[in-house]
Design a protein around this ligand. Structure first.
Ligand SMILES: C[S@@+](CC[C@H](N)C(=O)[O-])C[C@H]1O[C@@H](n2cnc3c(N)ncnc32)[C@H](O)[C@@H]1O
Length: 529
């Protein structure tokens, strides 16, 4: 594309390129501002919506995108609780704190009895329409504080997001049309046990108890299916928020098991997408709808179940998973070869040992994987002990980069340095070295699965930096100490870049890391003896 030479506002000769889309130029800052107000705001994008048979609609870069560039910021169209949620306020969406003694009961909305923070939150625009509807049908929520299970999930919340979407049809038809234009996969979902339960319980409740008889059952089910296909989980840990929301622009982004974008949420629950690595013009923009450390079988089964498609990305198509063999097991016969799928895009394909060619059926592999996943999920993860035992105990059947071993190793990077009895200054030399080695090892893996400026990589670098400083401070030899601190310094610079758009708590934590590092480096500064 050749760069234009006349100002997009006044058509005079101009050279100042718009940094957003890089497809228009201006003669002055003033004309750029005027052009923005006159509509460039809507057009200034570095991607276009396009469509193909495999992905459906998706986004494609219309120019080269730099690593770390923010490419989209979008406010939610609808926000609401997840299908099952711990009690939360329907006004501000914060999880509710345990009520004070002696009442031991949540504050309840004076009209519909749903638990809320306070009278203030009752008036929140998020809650008004549903509150009116429930009050008009004399429905009163029964959710209350349960001291025996304060974190317990309430399935009654599943109705709220559906109602909010349905109410848009009357309150904001344009927004409803944007919602209704999203993919649903209702054909695939409708026969599933989950949708049969929805039909029997939720739809009946909405139509009979809440009096929404005019709504055809299929139309309500279609909204449920749109939510299942497109909603993002909005997590704001500092704000005690974990809800779901629809972002119609963000919903156009395709999945890839090695994605090039990451997303975060700002204080107003807007979603912001950033490029994790340089993205060339023409490339498909992607996020991951699943977890990077899971194996191909696990990811593909999950994607099929929740998003109704068969992933055929580069990682899924490669039986070695980019050389990591994450889905492979060690061969039970020759003990050294890795057993891999003969066709990873075909779930029923046989598996075979790369060395001795011994065969295993897909069913055997799936059963073994399910057992291992259950084993790892049921482990006590309050300290590193059981995870280390898991790794040790599976030395003969699982190799170093098998998915289950990687998951255990990732959990260990989090526990060494924080678990009770394993705080950084309590770690033995051996445990500290183990933490460093695990971080280094997982960083290699993250470079393949979730590289560049990913949060996964950023978090690993944070753990590694902290462990290196702790190691350095224990060293006797000044030169060794200095070289470890220099490495930590380089890592901290990189972490700051990766995390520069993350919330205030992260910036504070990084400022504290910088202070600790500065203090450790002080003896090596020029002029200090
Ligand atoms: C959030 S929507 C994305 C937008 C959607 N393509 C559309 O046209 O509305 C998710 C759906 O997009 C499709 N999709 C996304 N990534 C895909 C991929 N890597 N392979 C195949 N289909 C994909 C699937 O149908 C999936 O359920």
């Amino acid at each position: 594309m050749t760069t234009p030479t006349s100002c997009a506002y006044c058509q005079q000769r101009a050279t100042q390129l718009c940094a957003g889309c890089r497809s228009v130029v201006y003669c002055s800052r003033e004309h750029q501002k005027e052009h923005w107000k006159r509509g460039h705001k809507r057009e200034c994008k570095c991607y276009e919506v396009t469509s193909n048979e495999l992905l459906g609609r998706h986004l494609r870069a219309t120019r080269d995108i730099r690593m770390g560039e923010q490419i989209m910021c979008e406010a939610p169209l609808v926000v609401g609780p997840k299908v099952a949620a711990t009690p939360l306020c329907l006004g501000c969406h914060r999880n509710l704190l345990a009520p004070q003694k002696p009442a031991m009961t949540f504050y309840k909305c004076s009209s519909c009895s749903w638990p809320m923070c306070s009278k203030e939150c009752e008036k929140s625009p998020f809650h008004l329409d549903e509150c009116r509807l429930m009050a008009a049908s004399n429905f009163q929520s029964k959710i209350n504080y349960n001291p025996a299970d304060p974190e317990g999930k309430e399935s009654a919340y599943c109705v709220i997001m559906l109602l909010r979407c349905m109410q848009l049809k009357r309150s904001n038809p344009e927004a409803f049309a944007r919602l209704a234009a999203l993919e649903d996969h209702l054909k695939e979902r409708i026969e599933t046990p989950l949708y049969q339960v929805l039909r029997a319980n939720l739809i009946t409740f909405i139509k009979t108890v809440l009096g929404q008889r005019d709504w055809p059952e299929l139309e309500i089910l279609r909204i449920a299916a749109i939510l299942d296909t497109n909603a993002f989980e909005v997590r704001q840990n500092g704000e005690r928020r974990k809800v779901r929301a629809i972002f119609p622009g963000g919903a156009m982004i395709a999945h890839d098991c090695v994605p090039n974008l990451r997303h975060r949420f700002d204080d107003n629950m807007r979603i912001i997408f950033l490029a994790k690595r340089p993205i060339p013009k023409g490339a498909i923009l992607s996020i991951s709808y699943t977890q990077p450390l899971r194996s191909t079988v696990q990811r593909r089964v999950h994607l099929k179940q929740v998003k109704c498609f068969d992933c055929a990305c580069e990682r899924c198509s490669d039986p070695t998973e980019l050389g990591t063999f994450a889905g492979a097991h060690l061969c039970g016969k020759c003990k050294v070869g890795k057993v891999i799928s003969q066709n990873p895009l075909e779930n029923a394909a046989n598996w075979h040992c790369q060395l001795c060619n011994v065969k295993k059926s897909a069913r055997e592999v799936l059963t073994q994987d399910a057992r291992l996943q259950q084993e790892i999920e049921s482990l006590d993860k309050t300290t590193p002990v059981h995870l280390e035992e898991f790794i040790q105990g599976h030395r003969i059947d699982l190799h170093d980069t098998n998915t289950h071993i990687l998951q255990a190793k990732y959990a260990l990077t989090q526990l060494y340095g924080t678990a009770p009895g394993y705080a950084m200054d309590e770690l033995s030399e051996e445990s500290l070295k183990r933490k460093v080695d695990l971080c280094e090892e997982l960083l290699q893996i993250s470079n393949l699965f979730d590289g560049g400026w990913s949060i996964f990589r950023g978090n690993l670098l944070i753990d590694l930096e902290e462990a290196l400083v702790a190691q350095a401070l224990r060293l006797q030899l000044a030169s060794e100490c200095e070289s470890k601190l220099k490495r930590a310094e380089e890592l901290l610079e990189e972490i700051k870049n990766i995390m520069k758009h993350e919330p205030e708590e992260m910036q504070q934590m990084l400022a504290e890391r910088q202070q600790i590092l500065n203090a450790a480096m002080a003896p090596f500064s020029v002029g200090v003896e």
